[in-house]
Design a binder for this molecule. Structure first.
Ligand SMILES: [Zn+2]
Length: 269
């Protein structure tokens, strides 16, 4: 039997955004996101966000926007260093304290990260595992829409200024039928839209790809958790009995037919 993961409501495609450093331009960006139903993750340096260089009032205002928009907040190093260049205890501090600071500030659990400058080494990967980080985004665009298998070296599909953006968007939107699940993952910094005076690029992208019922719009951690949940399904050897041990609903296609499983449900398919 051909079993293929499907996202919530049985759709085959998901889109997520990942934007770094917490600049003021995140405000305008989030308003375009919410108009078009998009979701994503904002990677923050807790030192800059919560103190150095910015006022408490600004932090409170930004915090409210990230929370109210139901986007995810993730780590980006306390001080945005190249992590692999640091002494080991300092490197671990940069990860774990950023996590702790953001968790206290946002009153939530933070399990995601984007590498400052996109750089890391084997020690950083090990530190992430020990600090309970589930995924960390690099800056190596793949142009690819496949589901990643190495979440600690999570390579995005493309940067928003990538010349392939519109081609990939068309490929993503046109795909239909019993396809393999697709993840379109776009990253960048929102201040780049001011710098390059090209906000219309994101407005056009969001209008084209947003508010569709064949795409699941989700944060990075929602996609990670959903995919891990799909992997936890128990199938009988002949794939005809399946059990969902998760606390959330899971969808897949079985020989092209959509199956959904309630939390805790066992089903014969
Ligand atoms: Zn950064």
């Amino acid at each position: 039997m051909y079993i293929k993961m499907r996202f919530p409501n049985g759709v085959s495609k998901t889109l997520t955004l990942s934007y770094d450093d917490g600049p003021d331009a995140d405000v305008r960006f989030m308003s375009i996101m919410s108009k078009n139903g998009l979701k994503g993750t904002f990677n923050l340096n807790s030192s800059m966000f919560l103190g150095d260089g910015y006022s408490r009032q600004r932090a409170d205002d930004m915090k409210k926007l990230y929370i109210d928009s139901q986007n995810e907040v993730a780590c980006h190093g306390v001080y945005h260093p190249k992590l692999e260049k640091l002494p080991l205890p300092t490197m671990i501090h940069e990860i774990l304290n950023d996590r702790e600071n953001l968790e206290k500030e946002f009153d939530t659990i933070v399990r995601g990260m984007a590498y400052p400058y996109g750089s890391y080494d084997a020690n950083v990967l090990q530190a992430l595992r020990l600090c309970g980080i589930c995924y960390s985004r690099t800056v190596c665009s793949t142009g690819d829409l496949r589901i990643p298998d190495n979440w600690l070296e999570l390579a995005p599909t493309c940067h928003h200024d990538d010349s392939r953006l519109w081609d990939i968007t068309d490929r993503f939107l046109k795909a239909e039928g019993d396809i393999d699940p697709m993840l379109f993952y776009v990253w960048g910094h929102t201040y780049e839209f001011d710098r390059h005076d090209n906000w219309e690029r994101f407005e056009d992208f969001a209008a084209k790809i947003g508010n569709r019922d064949d795409v699941w719009y989700a944060t990075n951690i929602q996609i990670y958790d959903y995919i891990e949940g799909f992997k936890r399904l128990s199938f009988s050897a002949d794939s005809k009995i399946v059990h969902n041990p998760n606390s959330f609903k899971v969808w897949f296609s079985a020989d092209g037919k959509i199956v959904d499983l309630e939390p805790g449900e066992t089903k014969r398919i």
